[in-house]
Design a protein around this ligand. Structure first.
Ligand code: HEM
Length: 480
């Protein structure tokens, strides 16, 4: 139950007056600044889990001058995901992304403009449009793995980073980047990603080397993308559809997009939206592909089930060609990716700012608390998606939990690897599609073995991924 508190006292239907609920319990002990070094080394999850186990699903910790209230589980998090931006907003807690995304987009603009910009992504990701990307993805994946030998050893993490950037450059960036400057753009994107550290959230412009590299990379990406937009607009008489060459990629959709008042997108905005889309979609998809591999290659039963599904589909769809229909039929693989994301969500924690106080039900005694205006509010996904009352043996890799008869976490807000409610990810279908294209190809064409230890998580970055190298050996094979 959620409601905004408008008055100092509330009256229930009985007419009895109740005083306002208390604020969430405050975690005792050292202020968070004192435990930062250990947080950076061990990750924030154990710290949050510890407080959750002691205090229940709603609690507050002090971080520097800020109060951060954690909400765990779907009931406590309803307002977090569904509340209006005027009441629980992203702006105040997302300013640290401005140096990365750049001017004129995302959190550098007001809510209405940002909402329209995200709508442009939503349009690009609509099912009919998505179908047109399947062939591009398949061609890219086949071309990439054709370069592997008969057998060998590779760092799966590096391979997927490269491959996902190639897919993005084909579907999103267009042929100019792909043909002429792929290496430069990949290096710049890596520097941009690497510049978003945990410390960035608190001090986005701290003059550390990673931030300097980020700023240089962002400036150069801005130049490259703006040049392309200018040249496309020039060659098509300004409208994107005139006398010049036709382009059928996402970049062209962003160039052609119009705000509700008819205004065209500017060069700076298109460049910023490309960077934002790459940032939102690339590292998330490549690290999920790596985790999915690490999970499958250490769970022989699930690996066998995924391979058998590929063999079945090969027979049913007659031939080796993966198309949209074949991808849609890969339920086992879909569940493996979904389970991977439950255990390794690339967005560890979602944040909001309480512009108005609101009431949540939770805590250890399942009572009401009022989260005061001004608090930072956090939804820790790793915990949220691993609650034993929703997921049986939540620490286990068990893709079958999403299958018929069990359907754990179905409906509502019990599974939030892609967020939910007002700000649910617009790229979810695209992400599943590209990860399934990659793994479907690997399962059909290679026998793989993980030869390094199961990866640890790198907690030093905002979007934690697998730490270090993830080495696999491969041998070509042909499924029949
Ligand atoms: C495995 C891949 C991905 C994961 C795990 C993921 C995760 C998420 C999450 C958790 C959110 C919610 C953020 C919040 O509520 O604060 C989100 C939002 C968003 N994602 Fe993704 N994402 C992925 C891929 C993509 C891709 C490929 C795109 C393509 C452009 C994309 C674009 C966006 C956008 C634009 C939003 C903001 C939506 C809004 O605020 O209205 N994501 N994503």
């Amino acid at each position: 139950m959620l409601s905004k508190i408008a008055t100092r006292e509330r009256t229930r239907t009985t007419g009895t007056k109740f005083s306002r609920p208390p604020p969430p319990p405050l975690a005792r002990g050292a202020p968070l600044v004192g435990v930062l070094p250990s947080l950076l080394a061990n990750g924030p999850v154990e710290f949050i889990r510890h407080h959750y186990e002691k205090m229940g699903s709603v609690f507050t910790v002090s971080l520097l001058q800020q109060k951060v209230t954690f909400l765990v589980g779907s009931e406590a998090s309803s307002h977090f995901y569904k509340g209006l931006d005027s009441e629980i907003s992203q702006d105040e807690v997302s300013q640290f992304t401005i140096p990365t995304f750049g001017p004129g987009v995302a959190f550098d603009v007001d809510y209405a403009t940002r909402h329209e910009q995200f709508r442009f992504f939503g349009d690009i990701m609509k099912p009919a449009k998505l179908r047109t990307y399947v062939d591009l993805m398949v061609a890219e994946v086949e071309g990439y793995f054709a370069r592997w030998g008969q057998s060998g050893t590779v760092n799966m993490k590096q391979e997927f980073e490269q491959l996902v950037t190639l897919i993005a450059s084909r579907c999103l960036l267009g042929e100019e980047v792909r043909d002429k400057m792929f290496d430069e753009v990949s290096t710049l994107l890596r520097e941009l990603n690497d510049g978003m550290r945990l410390v960035t959230i608190l001090f986005p412009r701290l003059p550390i080397p990673a931030h300097r590299r980020r700023d240089r990379a962002r400036a150069r990406l801005g130049e490259i993308f703006s040049d392309i937009v200018r040249s496309r607009r020039g060659s098509s008489g300004g409208g994107g559809g005139g006398g010049g060459a036709r382009h059928d990629d996402m970049l062209q959709c962003l160039i052609d997009a119009r705000y509700k008042d008819g205004r065209a997108t500017t060069e700076t905005e298109v460049a910023g939206m490309l960077v934002a889309a790459l940032f939102a979609g690339q590292h998330t998809s490549s690290s999920t592909s790596t985790w999915a591999g690490a999970r499958l290659l250490t769970n022989p039963d699930h690996l066998r089930a995924a391979v058998e599904e590929q063999a079945r589909l090969l027979r049913r769809h007659g031939g080796d060609r993966v198309d949209h229909a074949a991808l849609a039929a890969m339920d086992t693989l879909q569940r493996c990716v979904k389970e991977t994301l439950r255990l390794h969500p690339p967005a560890l924690m979602l944040l909001r700012h309480a512009r108005r106080s609101f009431v949540v039900r939770g805590g250890s005694g399942e009572r009401e608390y009022e989260v005061p205006e001004g608090h930072t509010v956090a939804s820790p996904l790793l915990l949220h998606n691993a609650l034993p009352r929703v997921y049986r043996d939540p620490g286990e890799f068990d893709p079958g939990r999403f299958g018929a008869g069990r359907e754990e976490g179905a409906g509502g807000l019990a599974y939030t690897a892609f967020g939910g409610g007002r700000h649910a990810c617009v790229g979810e279908a695209f992400a599943y599609m590209q990860i399934k294209v990659i793994w479907s190809h690997l399962l059909r064409n290679f026998e793989l073995q993980l030869v390094s230890p199961f990866p640890e998580t790198d907690w030093t970055v905002v979007m934690p991924g697998p730490k270090g190298k993830v080495m696999v050996t491969y041998n070509r094979r042909k499924l029949t």
